[in-house]
Every structure is written in structure tokens, then in C-alpha cells.
Design a protein. Structure first.
Length: 207
């Protein structure tokens, strides 16, 4: 029963939400509105559960002195401090909460994205080696696009920037849309497997 009830609820709600999407009747619209409100409530409970799991995980790590347990102290201290400051002084644009976020969190996020640029450059160097026809085409297209969008690209040929823009708008866009269609079909297939009870890994535990 512990598995049959969740599977039945998943099937009923999944089919109901699919039907209401294709039948824009006032009753179905009201039904979807109520369901979305319940989703917000469930998300609030899920947030509480996530915070509890975070505290338990890092608490156990600190208690057992596992590797890099000092970072767990920083994580929990930062979470408690930001929650306390937000609840005590609010989250207005000029509040202490926003100042800490803009002066600490935003620079840290910018630093992480800046470090990603070096990893991307390293990956591009390894990927753009002309070892095959596909890698050669990728290398040539990347070279044309980079040169075309640089200021001196137009000095090589007046139509060089326009050609680089055409590569981005036509072949690149066509490839992106093909990938997005594949992702969409994969998402639909996964959703149907979950609704029909074929995919049961979301239930947790063993089959």
C-alpha cells in the first residue's frame, strides 16, 4: 500500500493535469488553479524538509569530524545568520540583508562564474582539435564566429561579421532547436513513464 497509493495519486493527478491543459473549460481552469495553490503549499513544506536535511547532514559531518567539516560550520552559520537577519530586519532594498547579499554573495557568485571561464577554455582547447571531420567543422565555425564578432573581423573582409552572424542565426539556431526538441520529447517520455508507474525511482528505496 505504501507504493500503490502514491502511484495511484501520481496517475490520477498526472492525467487530470494533462486533460485540463487541453480542455480550457471553466471547471478545469478552476481545478488547475486550486492544484497550483496546493503546489505552493507543498513547496513550502519541501523547503522545511530540505532545511532539516541540510542541518542533519552537516550536523553529522561536524559531529564525526569528517573531511572538510569546517566548511559545514560556515554553511550552517551562514544559513542561520541570513535567516535571522532577514526575519529581524526584513529584506527591503536598503536592509542589512540585501547589503550582505550584494556585497558578499554576488561577488562570490561572480568569482565562481569567472573561474568557469578557464575550465571552458580548457575544454574548448581539447574539443577543438581537428582529429576528425566533425571536429574540424567545429573548429572552423568557432574560429569564424570568434573572429567575426571581434572588432577587427570587418577588416579581414567586409562581409565577415555578417557571415558569422548567419552561422549563429541559421545553423546554430537549427541545431539548438533540434536539441530542445529532443529534450522536450525525452521529458514527455519520462513524465509518461512516471505517470503510468513504469519509472518508480522517485518513490525511493528498492523495487
Amino acid at each position: 500500500m505504501k507504493r500503490k497509493i502514491p502511484l495511484a495519486l501520481c496517475f490520477i493527478m498526472g492525467i487530470s493535469m494533462i486533460v485540463q491543459f487541453f480542455i480550457p473549460h471553466p471547471a478545469s481552469l478552476e481545478f488547475s488553479s486550486v492544484i497550483y495553490k496546493w503546489i505552493i503549499v507543498l513547496m513550502a513544506f519541501a523547503l522545511v524538509l530540505a532545511i532539516g536535511n541540510l542541518i542533519r547532514h552537516h550536523g553529522n559531518k561536524i559531529h564525526r569530524r569528517k573531511e572538510d567539516w569546517q566548511y559545514s560550520i560556515v554553511t550552517l552559520a551562514g544559513m542561520v545568520a541570513m535567516a535571522t537577519i532577514g526575519l529581524a530586519w526584513g529584506i527591503d532594498p536598503d536592509s542589512l540583508y540585501q547589503r550582505i547579499y550584494l556585497n558578499v554573495m554576488a561577488p562570490l557568485g561572480g568569482t565562481m562564474f569567472a573561474l568557469l571561464a578557464y575550465y571552458m577554455a580548457s575544454a574548448a582547447y581539447r574539443s577543438f582539435r581537428a582529429r576528425s571531420l566533425e571536429a574540424t567543422l567545429l573548429l572552423l565555425s568557432a574560429f569564424i564566429v570568434m573572429i567575426g564578432f571581434m572588432p577587427f573581423g570587418q577588416y579581414l573582409h567586409p562581409r565577415f561579421p555578417a557571415f558569422a552572424e548567419w552561422i549563429m542565426k541559421v545553423p546554430n539556431m537549427a541545431s539548438q532547436r533540434g536539441i530542445l526538441l529532443g529534450v522536450a520529447f525525452g521529458s514527455i517520455a519520462t513524465a509518461l513513464k512516471i505517470i503510468l508507474g513504469i519509472e518508480r525511482s522517485w518513490l525511493g528505496g528498492k523495487e
